[in-house]
Write a protein that binds this ligand. Structure first.
Ligand SMILES: *Cc1c(COP(=O)(O)O)cnc(C)c1O
Length: 228
């Protein structure tokens, strides 16, 4: 990608993040920008890293491994896996990542428990909108689901993750994101040692501003970085 354009996109993203933080009286440091590199090649991914972004996300095993190999000299990078992870791919992915954003089934937790050689930082994915096509635990079942994870010592529930429906208006977005924030507080109040649940992974290119205003601590931004 043309470096100049990438730099412009980065600057405009950072301005929006700063503004959203200001409006909601939060420090800029409380929001981590994850650059979602799933749609770009390894060279472009390296450009983003060179501009100072150390949190990268992928949603396919093959692309993750390819980029990790290409960037293996850089030990600072934190790798996030977003999106559906098939059980048969857990073995090849789980020990290569720092955060997993899509825990939503006990069968998946079982596979992670079996394959992980260290404790994995996981976000439980919640379906706040009730869209049938969306992955995620329903809000009503969330507490039970998290309690069911207590015997999985390879899983740490660091927070909750959600995706809002793409056709939501601003009001609806704020409602979904506020709801996830409430759920996060509810889980944190349980004071489960394996589920501190202090983080909120929400907000993408189209909706990271309202997500930050509702308390997102990780925003997952892809297309805004790479648009031409
Ligand atoms: C692709 C993707 C993103 C980034 O979406 P953009 O609209 O490109 O910013 C964030 N989260 C998940 C789970 C994704 O699959």
């Amino acid at each position: 990608m043309i470096l100049k354009k990438l730099e412009q996109n980065v600057e405009s993203i950072q301005q929006d993040v700063e503004q959203a933080c200001q409006i909601s009286q939060r420090s800029v440091d409380s929001v981590t920008i994850i650059c979602v590199t799933k749609s770009v090649d390894k060279e472009t991914t390296k450009q983003v890293v060179n501009l100072g972004f150390e949190h990268l996300a992928e949603n396919r095993m093959e692309k993750l491994l390819e980029k990790q190999e290409y960037l293996s000299d850089n030990k600072q990078i934190k790798w996030h896996f977003i999106g559906n992870l098939q059980r048969r791919k857990v073995k090849s992915v789980i020990n290569n990542i720092d955060y997993f954003h899509a825990l939503d089934k006990i069968s998946l937790a079982e596979e992670i428990q079996k394959r992980a050689i260290k404790q994995i930082k996981c976000f439980v994915q919640v379906n706040v909108s009730g869209e049938i096509t969306k992955q995620g635990i329903s809000p009503e079942n969330l507490i039970d689901f998290i309690k069911d994870l207590k015997d999985f010592d390879r899983i740490e529930v660091v927070g909750l993750m959600t995706m809002a429906p793409i056709d939501s208006n601003l009001n609806e977005l704020s409602q979904y994101f506020d709801q996830l924030k409430l759920l996060q507080n509810k889980v944190a109040t349980e004071k489960l040692d394996y589920a501190p649940c202090t983080e909120l992974s929400m907000g993408m290119s189209q909706d990271f501003i309202p997500a930050i205003e509702s308390g997102a601590t990780f925003v997952r931004i892809g297309s805004r970085f790479f648009e031409s």
